[in-house]
Design a protein around this ligand. Sequence first.
Ligand SMILES: N[C@@H](CCC(=O)N[C@@H](CS)C(=O)NCC(=O)O)C(=O)O
Length: 255
Amino acid sequence: MATVKRSAGAAGATAGGSVDAVTVRAGGAQEHASAAESRMGMGTRMFTLYTTPLSANGRKVLAVCRHLGLDPEVKLINVYSGEGRTPAYLRIHPLGKIPTLVDGHLTVWESNAVLQFMVEAHGGNRLWSREAKGRAAIVRWLYWETAEWQPALVQVLTGFVARELGLVDGRTPVTLNWSDARFRTQAEFLELHLRGREYLALDELTIADFSVAAMMMYVRRAYFPFSEFPAIAAWYERIEALEAWRSTAVEPWTY
Ligand SMILES: N[C@@H](CCC(=O)N[C@@H](CS)C(=O)NCC(=O)O)C(=O)O
């Protein structure tokens, strides 16, 4: 979520959690590159991910890595405790946001652009499509996620997420307005699309599913009106059943 305020110390200790399942290494890049290359085959280039599984945008890239069996160097940046604002990190991403991927001289920010780069450059086009029409079917959901779905959910969830991360006084009242017009417009759109479908963009799992599911990691705890949206509920259960999804969950988002 983009708008949760930072507060020194909050939630920092939880950043590790089960994310070691996606291989967290703070060691030297060269050393890790050789190890990764020997595991992944000749010619596979190592990359570095700056991220945190505490956030939806951060977790989506970790889950896709896990699903594809990619083994990047992961540097955990807890943006909620100010780690995105250090001079060292601001040199990598001047906006201080995560996730950011660095591959040689290339730096990629924006989580959905990171997903696209990972599947093309490192994932053998799995969770992706080699056809222009297939790619268009996927990419429209990536844009929709950034432009419509995430902002709609942020509007409902910001106070709640801030409280759960310990960024605001625990006694601050939190309103979860699932009647919010902007949310309902987008949720009804998603619900209609998912009726009769297993996955969002194609007949198989793609990065569109990981992207759109990412913000859902907050909602089980936040009384999302699943009974009104049965197709969303069934689809999200399919995502939750994925090992890649489960293994990248950390407190407080572990249900
Ligand atoms: N649209 C961006 C949003 C990135 C973003 O706002 N990340 C949040 C965490 S989810 C962040 O780093 N916030 C810290 C800050 O804004 O200082 C993406 O999809 O990557």
